[in-house]
Design a binder for this molecule. Structure first.
Ligand SMILES: Nc1ncnc2c1ncn2[C@@H]1O[C@H](COP(=O)(O)OP(=O)(O)OP(=O)(O)O)[C@@H](O)[C@H]1O
Length: 706
């Protein structure tokens, strides 16, 4: 590999998602300009001019030519969006790489960037990273050059090209792909600050395979902390939207994450890739059927999250369908038409067997009953036609009969009935839940009405299941589910039904499961999501956590996730690990000292403590004059603040340049059992990009002490 660095502004920071490049060492004025880089810079200027031309051409289009006011308004909107998408961001470059390929048209060069730019003749000046022609940029290797002679990566600083790195893939050069690229190394080693950024210029081959998997394929990605699962999921969403734009614009793409703090952390990635129409939700905002006003004891929450509840609920809903005992009697003119109860029963049975939702079948019933009446009328020699059938279906006797036989139900009423009435629960749960389980589910003192029910988080998934039994939940085109290991089977079902006609990207790490119902097997989880047929991919190269820190955290694995390995850190910097043991009386002072030391350099600082210690430590930091933010499940990080105080329960999925962790033993104890506690600790210890300081006055948990 040859690396060239030329004079230029000292690139200490990165802009707009481009890779940071080590600063040039020579004095800028003493080195002649590098001709290759100068030519590439000229190509960049040309691309900028062409993008400007494309934007001006779009701006000059007139929506007034539309046929009517409605179409004109729509066209206006489309044009405004297109102009916005053609804006040039001077803080970044229009391309970050280039490939020289042999194609059917001979030798061709393609510059790869975040968006497509073409010249007046329609020839590409920059190709979108998502276009098929860009695939070799990410995947080609000397073993499989994919027609690429040369791959060039650019170092970027504030909108200018500052360096380039060449790999000749067909000239027998050694394999320099992946982690030995200086530009990739610079990107991975850069200090972190603010929300997550895209990784579009350095997506790795194994990540790219996931990103570019076909829309029809549901994928499950298992990966240790920092292996890029979230990054891969978000880039996959962007790639799918590019490749299947029409279909997905119509059906929609959804990203589900664990909490608001996490969504704020990742929220800028898709917009930076030009995708602003992807909805982000937490499982709580997705299942927003009622206000959560109570918490279940762990055992009951586990039971309510058990997949067996789906069958209990199904039975409860369909038990509402009555058994006809009286004949249906419909007067028409001078005559009264009677349909015997057994004939109605056959019709009801047929509707139940049809496999449609309770509500949809209920809507069909009046027409089916009217049809039975029509058959009788026609048998008498009269053929009054379809409109009469409609009239009969809408008549008062048919409506009243249908209503009684097939009552309208709502989800809250069904669940209220089950949790407050032992007989109703016994009927629905017979042979599914044990007597003890049924007794545990029942409210000790049932509320008087469903409106007064104090619903829990676990109830929301049950309500969602019921809603779907009553009326089909609309399906999106694709759902990306992050931190999936933490969802209960009932919550997984809820997410799965939102992709029932689409596909899923499921991301997670069994070792980071910290809920009592956390999944122990991806096969089981994918089954609950409705995707028993899926592709399972394991990512094991760690891009976040440096070697010293991951080795320390990995001591916990045998105790809480035997069989699962730590990531292989690809970081060059081994990181810094300080474990500070102090007397209890000195603990606060030691934490403050660690936080102040961590703020001495640029980059974010996360101070992670047991949830119960957040308020006390916040007061200590304030008293010591350390400005800080406080994250919680509803509130994410803020680029303006260097120090964030993070309750351990919210740390999942986040990362900070330097992390200070207080009292591991307290973190473990705060969880309902030791395994969950050690897993929480594992999550917390793996948030650091550069350095980790652990301050403790109590003994470290045995598994960590080593
Ligand atoms: N190919 C890559 N190039 C540069 N940086 C990368 C690459 N892949 C991942 N990263 C960086 O590594 C860090 C970790 O990525 P990410 O948060 O996606 O990992 P994760 O597997 O979801 O971690 P966790 O399980 O801890 O939530 C991020 O800063 C991300 O930008």
């Amino acid at each position: 590999m040859s690396t060239s660095r030329v004079p230029g502004p000292r690139p200490t920071t990165t802009t707009g998602g481009g890779p940071a490049v080590p600063a040039p060492t020579a004095t800028p004025t003493t080195r002649p300009p590098d001709p290759t880089l100068a030519a590439e810079q000229a190509h960049l200027e040309r691309a900028r001019a062409e993008l400007r031309r494309m934007r001006e051409a779009t701006e000059s289009l007139d929506a007034g030519t539309a046929s009517d006011a409605f179409n004109a308004a729509y066209l206006d909107l489309v044009l405004a969006r297109r102009v916005a998408s053609l804006q040039d961001d001077p803080r970044t470059t229009l391309f970050f790489g280039r490939i020289d390929c042999r194609t059917g048209h001979g030798e061709e060069t393609f510059h790869i960037g975040r968006r497509h730019v073409s010249d007046e003749g329609g020839d590409p000046v920059v190709v979108d990273w998502r276009a098929p022609i860009s695939t070799p940029f990410y995947r080609a290797s000397p073993a499989d050059p994919m027609g690429v002679d040369l791959r060039r990566r650019f170092g970027v600083d504030r909108g200018r090209l500052t360096a380039y790195e060449d790999e000749r893939l067909t000239h027998g050069e050694a394999d320099h792909t992946g982690d030995r690229s200086a530009i990739l190394a610079a990107e991975i080693e850069r200090p972190r600050s603010g929300p997550m950024r895209d990784i579009v210029s350095t997506i790795q081959p194994e990540q790219d395979e996931v990103v570019r998997s076909d829309l029809a394929t549901s994928i499950c990605v298992q990966g240790a902390p920092g292996t890029g699962k979230t990054a891969v999921g978000l880039h996959r969403a962007a790639w799918l939207l590019y490749s299947f734009r029409e279909r997905l614009d119509r059906s929609g793409v959804l990203v589900v994450g664990p909490n608001r703090a996490f969504l704020d952390h990742i929220g800028a990635v898709l917009p930076s890739l030009g995708e602003v129409r992807v909805r982000h939700a937490t499982i709580d905002t997705l299942l927003d059927h009622a206000r959560v006003r109570a918490e279940d004891p762990t055992a009951i929450a586990v039971l309510k999250g058990d997949a067996r509840m789906a069958e209990v609920l199904r039975r409860a809903v369909w038990a509402s369908v009555g058994t006809p005992t009286d004949p249906l009697v419909v007067p028409r003119g001078a005559r009264r038409w009677r349909v015997p109860a057994y004939e109605v029963q056959d019709e009801v049975d047929a509707l139940v067997r049809r496999g449609v939702r309770y509500g949809a079948a209920r809507d069909l019933l009046p027409q089916r009953l009217a049809h039975l009446v029509m058959v009788r009328i026609e048998r008498s020699g009269d053929f009054p036609g379809d409109r009469v059938q409609d009239t009969i279906a809408r008549s008062a006797p048919v409506r009243a009969y249908a209503k009684e036989l097939w009552p309208a139900r709502d989800a809250a009423a069904v669940l209220f009935g089950l949790l407050s009435d032992a007989a109703a629960l016994a009927e629905a749960a017979d042979g599914i839940l044990t007597d003890d389980e049924q007794a545990a589910l029942l409210w000790a003192s049932p509320p008087r009405t469903k409106g007064a029910a104090r619903w829990t988080r676990a109830d929301l998934a049950l309500l969602d299941e019921l809603h779907d039994l009553l009326e089909r939940t609309p399906s999106l085109g694709h759902v990306v589910l992050d931190e999936a290991q933490d969802l209960s089977p009932m919550q997984l079902r809820a997410v799965g039904r939102r992709a029932s006609t689409g596909s899923l990207t499921v991301l997670g790490d069994i070792a980071q499961g910290t809920t009592p119902w956390a999944t122990t097997s991806w096969d089981a989880a994918m089954g609950h999501l409705g995707r028993p047929d899926h592709r399972l991919v394991t990512l094991d190269r760690g891009f976040r956590v440096p070697g010293l820190v991951i080795d320390f955290a990995a001591r916990l694995l045998p105790a809480m996730a035997p069989g699962l390995g730590a990531p292989r850190s690809v970081r060059e910097n081994p990181g810094r690990l300080d474990v500070v043991a102090v007397e209890t009386a000195q603990r606060s002072a030691a934490v403050l000292e660690a936080v102040v030391a961590a703020t001495a350099e640029p980059g974010s600082v996360g101070v992670i403590v047991a949830d119960a210690e957040v308020a006390g430590l916040s007061a200590d930091l304030t008293a010591a004059g350390v400005a800080h933010g406080r994250l919680d499940a509803e509130h994410g990080d803020d680029e303006d603040r260097q120090v964030e105080l993070v309750p351990a329960s919210v740390a999942k999925g986040l990362e900070f340049d330097r992390v200070v962790v207080l009292e591991p033993a307290a973190l473990v104890e705060a969880e309902p059992d030791e395994r969950t506690g050690l897993r929480r600790l594992y999550v917390v210890l793996t948030r650091a990009v550069s350095g980790l300081t652990v301050v403790h006055s109590r003994p470290l948990p045995e598994a960590l002490a080593g």
